[in-house]
Design a protein around this ligand. Structure first.
Ligand code: ZN
Length: 156
Protein backbone atom coordinates (compact mmCIF):
# COMPACT_ATOMS: atom_id res chain seq x y z
CA UNK A 1 0.00 0.00 0.00
CA UNK A 2 1.65 3.34 -1.09
CA UNK A 3 1.94 6.18 1.37
CA UNK A 4 -0.96 8.69 0.98
CA UNK A 5 1.58 11.55 0.82
CA UNK A 6 3.44 10.03 -2.03
CA UNK A 7 2.96 11.46 -5.52
CA UNK A 8 1.64 8.68 -7.70
CA UNK A 9 4.35 7.40 -9.93
CA UNK A 10 7.14 9.32 -8.18
CA UNK A 11 10.30 7.39 -7.57
CA UNK A 12 11.49 6.74 -4.09
CA UNK A 13 14.30 9.24 -4.64
CA UNK A 14 11.88 11.92 -5.85
CA UNK A 15 9.67 11.36 -2.87
CA UNK A 16 12.62 11.75 -0.57
CA UNK A 17 13.66 14.98 -2.33
CA UNK A 18 10.25 16.57 -1.86
CA UNK A 19 10.17 15.65 1.80
CA UNK A 20 13.70 16.94 2.38
CA UNK A 21 12.79 20.30 0.79
CA UNK A 22 9.65 20.68 2.85
CA UNK A 23 11.51 19.83 6.00
CA UNK A 24 13.87 22.76 5.31
CA UNK A 25 10.90 25.08 4.65
CA UNK A 26 12.48 26.02 1.34
CA UNK A 27 10.11 24.92 -1.37
CA UNK A 28 11.95 24.05 -4.51
CA UNK A 29 10.14 24.96 -7.67
CA UNK A 30 12.78 25.03 -10.30
CA UNK A 31 12.05 27.46 -13.10
CA UNK A 32 9.03 28.99 -11.41
CA UNK A 33 8.83 32.76 -11.02
CA UNK A 34 6.08 34.97 -9.64
CA UNK A 35 3.93 36.17 -12.56
CA UNK A 36 5.19 39.77 -12.33
CA UNK A 37 8.77 38.68 -12.86
CA UNK A 38 8.11 36.63 -15.95
CA UNK A 39 9.13 38.02 -19.28
CA UNK A 40 6.09 39.63 -20.89
CA UNK A 41 4.30 37.44 -23.38
CA UNK A 42 5.70 38.07 -26.84
CA UNK A 43 3.61 40.79 -28.47
CA UNK A 44 2.81 41.13 -32.10
CA UNK A 45 5.34 43.05 -34.08
CA UNK A 46 5.31 46.80 -33.32
CA UNK A 47 3.78 47.45 -36.74
CA UNK A 48 0.56 45.93 -35.38
CA UNK A 49 -1.09 42.60 -36.04
CA UNK A 50 -1.01 41.10 -39.51
CA UNK A 51 -4.74 41.65 -39.96
CA UNK A 52 -4.51 45.27 -38.79
CA UNK A 53 -1.90 45.80 -41.51
CA UNK A 54 -4.29 44.49 -44.14
CA UNK A 55 -3.26 40.86 -44.34
CA UNK A 56 -6.62 39.29 -43.61
CA UNK A 57 -8.48 36.36 -45.18
CA UNK A 58 -9.42 38.41 -48.24
CA UNK A 59 -5.75 39.11 -48.82
CA UNK A 60 -4.83 35.48 -48.28
CA UNK A 61 -7.39 34.36 -50.84
CA UNK A 62 -6.36 36.98 -53.40
CA UNK A 63 -2.65 36.37 -52.98
CA UNK A 64 -3.06 32.60 -53.39
CA UNK A 65 -5.10 33.14 -56.53
CA UNK A 66 -2.57 35.64 -57.87
CA UNK A 67 0.31 33.29 -57.25
CA UNK A 68 -1.47 30.45 -59.02
CA UNK A 69 -1.75 32.75 -62.04
CA UNK A 70 1.80 34.11 -61.65
CA UNK A 71 3.85 31.26 -60.22
CA UNK A 72 7.21 32.73 -61.27
CA UNK A 73 9.07 35.70 -59.85
CA UNK A 74 8.13 38.63 -62.07
CA UNK A 75 11.34 40.53 -61.31
CA UNK A 76 13.43 37.55 -62.33
CA UNK A 77 11.36 37.29 -65.51
CA UNK A 78 12.20 40.94 -66.32
CA UNK A 79 15.85 39.94 -66.30
CA UNK A 80 15.40 36.69 -68.18
CA UNK A 81 15.70 34.45 -65.16
CA UNK A 82 13.33 31.70 -64.06
CA UNK A 83 12.61 31.46 -60.36
CA UNK A 84 9.55 30.28 -58.54
CA UNK A 85 7.80 33.02 -56.60
CA UNK A 86 7.82 32.87 -52.82
CA UNK A 87 5.31 35.62 -52.11
CA UNK A 88 3.02 38.24 -53.55
CA UNK A 89 4.30 41.78 -53.13
CA UNK A 90 2.43 45.08 -53.01
CA UNK A 91 4.20 47.24 -55.59
CA UNK A 92 3.15 50.35 -53.66
CA UNK A 93 3.57 49.16 -50.10
CA UNK A 94 0.79 49.17 -47.54
CA UNK A 95 2.40 51.69 -45.26
CA UNK A 96 2.68 55.38 -44.78
CA UNK A 97 3.41 57.90 -46.15
CA UNK A 98 1.70 56.55 -49.25
CA UNK A 99 -0.52 53.56 -48.76
CA UNK A 100 -1.00 51.50 -51.88
CA UNK A 101 -4.16 49.64 -52.81
CA UNK A 102 -4.38 46.41 -50.90
CA UNK A 103 -6.62 44.20 -53.01
CA UNK A 104 -6.02 45.52 -56.53
CA UNK A 105 -4.34 43.08 -58.86
CA UNK A 106 -2.61 46.02 -60.55
CA UNK A 107 -0.67 46.67 -57.36
CA UNK A 108 0.58 43.11 -57.05
CA UNK A 109 3.57 41.17 -58.30
CA UNK A 110 4.88 37.70 -57.53
CA UNK A 111 8.44 37.75 -56.23
CA UNK A 112 11.04 35.30 -55.09
CA UNK A 113 12.38 35.97 -51.62
CA UNK A 114 15.71 37.22 -52.99
CA UNK A 115 14.16 39.86 -55.23
CA UNK A 116 11.78 40.89 -52.45
CA UNK A 117 14.55 41.50 -49.91
CA UNK A 118 17.00 42.68 -52.58
CA UNK A 119 15.95 44.92 -55.44
CA UNK A 120 12.39 45.57 -54.24
CA UNK A 121 13.56 46.64 -50.79
CA UNK A 122 16.22 48.86 -52.41
CA UNK A 123 13.64 50.47 -54.69
CA UNK A 124 11.33 51.11 -51.75
CA UNK A 125 14.16 52.70 -49.76
CA UNK A 126 15.05 54.92 -52.70
CA UNK A 127 11.41 55.89 -53.29
CA UNK A 128 10.86 56.75 -49.65
CA UNK A 129 14.13 58.66 -49.29
CA UNK A 130 13.36 60.79 -52.34
CA UNK A 131 9.62 61.19 -51.75
CA UNK A 132 8.71 59.25 -54.91
CA UNK A 133 6.69 56.36 -53.56
CA UNK A 134 4.25 56.53 -56.47
CA UNK A 135 7.18 56.03 -58.87
CA UNK A 136 7.48 52.47 -57.60
CA UNK A 137 4.67 51.54 -59.98
CA UNK A 138 6.92 52.59 -62.88
CA UNK A 139 10.28 51.49 -61.49
CA UNK A 140 9.02 48.03 -60.66
CA UNK A 141 7.68 47.29 -64.15
CA UNK A 142 10.29 49.11 -66.20
CA UNK A 143 13.85 48.46 -64.98
CA UNK A 144 15.23 50.94 -67.54
CA UNK A 145 13.34 53.76 -65.81
CA UNK A 146 14.83 53.07 -62.39
CA UNK A 147 17.47 55.33 -60.86
CA UNK A 148 20.70 54.40 -62.62
CA UNK A 149 22.34 52.65 -59.71
CA UNK A 150 19.28 50.42 -59.29
CA UNK A 151 18.99 49.39 -62.92
CA UNK A 152 21.32 46.45 -62.92
CA UNK A 153 19.63 43.21 -61.97
CA UNK A 154 20.34 42.74 -58.32
CA UNK A 155 19.99 39.35 -56.74
CA UNK A 156 19.77 38.88 -53.01
ZN1 ZN B 1 13.26 36.96 -58.32
Amino acid sequence: MPSPNRVPGASAAGHFHIRASLSQKIPVFRGWQPPALRAPAPREDFRGSASSRGYDHRWTRLSLKYRRQHPFCEECERHGRDALADLVDHVIPLRKPFVGPRLEVGNLQSLCARCHSGIKAALEREAEATGQIAMLAVWVRFPEKRPVRLRAPKIG
